[in-house]
Design a protein around this ligand. Structure first.
Ligand SMILES: Cc1cc2nc3c(=O)[nH]c(=O)nc-3n(C[C@H](O)[C@H](O)[C@H](O)COP(=O)(O)OP(=O)(O)OC[C@H]3O[C@@H](n4cnc5c(N)ncnc54)[C@H](O)[C@@H]3O)c2cc1C
Length: 606
């Protein structure tokens, strides 16, 4: 348990450099404070008077952060320090310029590479470029093609079918049942247990502009800036306008958000936010939200939940309206039919497709099922070429490879460090840039650390947090992360973590409008399965928000739809047959079937 002797030897280098790195980070604040008090520095000796630095450290710092005048005397001024991005004490490396960012992104970010991606040959978004692993799921046969299914043997006849038991599905089911006011049935079906989902794993927080210094317009601007201006503005407006209301809704249901001593919700910055609007429940925000939503559903008998029953195909009626789904019982392998007037897809993400071989933060069931089902039924896709890789996924120990180390860790002061014990990137670059810089350090500069299983990563110097913020900070601010690593004998208050970028989020998804309609009558989509809200890049904290806002909207608008739609016609799977025909015309010859449902991690010897 714990690090191997070889890795411990490398950690010793970090311990050697830490005091120097620490001093560099503290230096600007202290130096600027001193300068403000005493006026300009005339000599390096003056620096010695700044409390807490040894002469050796100051010599090293003055070499690197100061500008000498013509006489060789130290002449550090605020502008120089600012230029080096040191004023805030946020790291020795300055943030990259736009040109530098583009350079590293183009060379290392998987989204910028030509290989590993291709155009879809069939369906409503034919011609869109997506990762091969996703295209393989789309360009595959239906898993029930050869199964005899009696569409008249209806096991569940409901008003609203919600597919997916994560945050979006739960918010949708609760809202739909409220809208029906006891005069209709809501069924939630889910692949594993209710709450086995990405939602439960979310750590950092949920954004909402509900403080006096903030408002939804500023939030809106942050979201579209973060999305490189590619977002659907109407969806962003809905997201940011509903945000304060959904925080109130969640709190009323029982979510225990972190609050200050006066009972006011604490809010922090996240990457790309210009106001502090990240609400959290420690570093277990998703778990707290999921606990509350699941409890609420358990206490409402009018919502039926069927677990271990993934949807394997959508159904339509003769008029082409979505009319329910075929479910597969994971225990008995039997198929059942759900007839529903409206269907909401809330099946989450695609991390377990392991795009370009990346490990993932996602839960076991994140295999793109809803995207496949919706697409086969005629829904369009958006931004499926854009995947988010989180810079800090666990690289050691092997048992938790790929698991998320929240951005909050860098926010509190931990910095990525190479094998020599030195920092190499500004720790708060946007996620795509930070990830690419870590890949460059490992793959091009050869400065990564190799794990016993042959993975490569860089250190994330968590003990720096305790140095900067005081002892006890990690246990208080990152209790889940502390416990998670302690299980493997690694005390992150004293030893760093080993990290490498990990597949975290699919930025795109099914096309939806502000009512979550997909364009296929009767089919709605909410949460990570839908695209357009975040454009080509999601900011931290906007997904927990998106699943709640659009989950609730899906619940509401699906019931509005039911009220207008009349009676369903005969059930059919003709859209599946039509898709098969299209594959044939496009000369797609394959034995693949989809949806995947669960990844197959068995190793073969042959
Ligand atoms: C480790 C981690 C940390 C994160 N931290 C944050 C954060 O701090 N802030 C933030 O805003 N976002 C965060 N995110 C992103 C966010 O948590 C997710 O994007 C969001 O919770 C997705 O919610 P969802 O309801 O759409 O999908 P999920 O929560 O993944 O739920 C999908 C559900 O659908 C089920 N399902 C899948 N296929 C089928 C099928 N065929 N039939 C039936 N059911 C099916 C799944 O089993 C699951 O229950 C994080 C994500 C991860 C993985």
């Amino acid at each position: 348990m714990g690090y191997t002797p070889e890795l411990k030897e490398l950690i010793a280098k970090i311990e050697e450099t830490r005091p120097v790195r620490l001093a560099k980070r503290l230096a600007p604040k202290r130096i600027v404070a001193y300068r403000e008090q005493k006026g300009s520095f005339r000599d390096v000796r003056d620096l010695l008077k700044v409390k807490g630095f040894s002469k050796e450290l100051l010599d090293e710092i003055s070499e690197q952060v100061s500008v000498k005048d013509e006489e060789g005397k130290i002449n550090l001024n605020t502008a120089d320090a600012q230029d080096l991005n040191l004023i805030d004490g946020i790291g020795y490396y300055r943030a990259m310029t736009m040109d530098e960012r583009n350079l590293v992104l183009e060379k290392f970010h998987p989204d910028y590479k030509k290989e590993g991606r291709r155009e879809l040959l069939v369906g409503a978004s034919k011609g869109d470029v997506t990762p091969d692993e996703f295209a393989d799921q789309i360009e595959a046969h239906s898993s029930i093609l050869d199964v005899e299914i009696d569409l008249e043997d209806i096991a569940y006849d409901v008003d609203v079918l919600v597919i997916g038991g994560g945050g979006a599905g739960s918010a949708a089911a609760l809202t739909a049942s409220e809208q029906l006011e006891g005069k209709g049935k809501v069924l939630m079906v889910t692949k594993l247990r209710h709450g086995d989902a990405n939602t439960v794993m979310a750590e950092g927080g949920i954004q909402a502009a509900d403080k006096p210094q903030d408002n939804p317009v500023i939030h809106f601007l942050d979201v579209i800036g973060g999305g490189h201006f590619s977002n659907d503005h109407k969806l962003v407006a809905a997201l940011t306008k509903d945000a304060p209301v959904v925080i109130q809704w969640l709190e009323k249901l029982g979510v225990m958000f972190t609050k200050d001593d006066e009972g006011v919700m604490s809010t922090l910055h996240g990457g790309g936010t210009t106001r502090k609007r990240m609400h959290s429940a420690g570093d277990m925000t998703g778990a707290e939200m999921m606990r509350t939503l699941r409890d609420e559903i358990r206490n409402r008998p009018e919502i039926e939940v069927v677990e271990f029953a993934p949807a394997v195909e959508l159904l339509k009626d003769e008029e082409g309206r979505c009319a329910g789904a075929v479910l597969r019982n994971l225990e008995t392998d039997e198929y059942t039919i759900v007839r529903a007037k409206a269907t909401i897809l809330a099946t989450g993400g695609i991390g377990r497709l392991h795009i370009q071989g990346f490990a993932t933060t996602n839960h076991y069931g994140a295999t793109a099922d809803g995207l496949v089902l919706g697409y086969r039924a005629g829904a369009r896709l958006r931004f499926m070429d854009s995947i988010q890789y989180h810079p800090t996924g666990t690289a050691f120990p092997e048992q938790i490879v790929g698991q998320l180390i929240t951005e909050k860790v860098r926010g509190l002061g931990a910095e990525p460090i190479n094998i020599d014990g030195w920092d190499f990137v500004f720790p708060k670059e946007p996620r795509d840039v930070e990830s690419s810089a870590i890949m460059r350090e490992c793959l091009e500069n050869g400065k990564g650390v190799t794990t016993p299983t042959g993975r490569v990563g860089v250190w994330l110097d968590s003990p720096m947090i305790e140095e900067l913020q005081g002892p006890g900070t990690i246990k208080k601010e990152l209790p889940a992360k502390y416990k998670q690593f302690m299980r493997f004998g690694i005390d992150i208050t004293r030893e760093p973590m080993l990290v490498f970028p990990t597949l975290h989020y699919q930025n795109g998804g099914l096309w939806i409008d502000t009512s979550t309609a997909t364009g296929v009558p009767g089919l709605f989509a909410a949460g990570e399965v839908a695209g357009g809200i975040h454009g080509r890049n999601r900011l931290m904290g906007n997904s927990l928000l998106d699943i709640t806002v659009f989950g609730r909207r899906a619940g509401r608008f699906s019931v509005d739809y039911i009220r207008e739609m009349g009676e369903l016609g005969k059930l059919t799977l003709s859209h599946v047959a039509k898709f098969e025909e299209e594959m044939k015309s496009a000369n797609i010859e394959t034995e693949r079937t989809s949806p995947m449902l669960l990844p197959d991690y068995r190793y073969t010897t042959g």
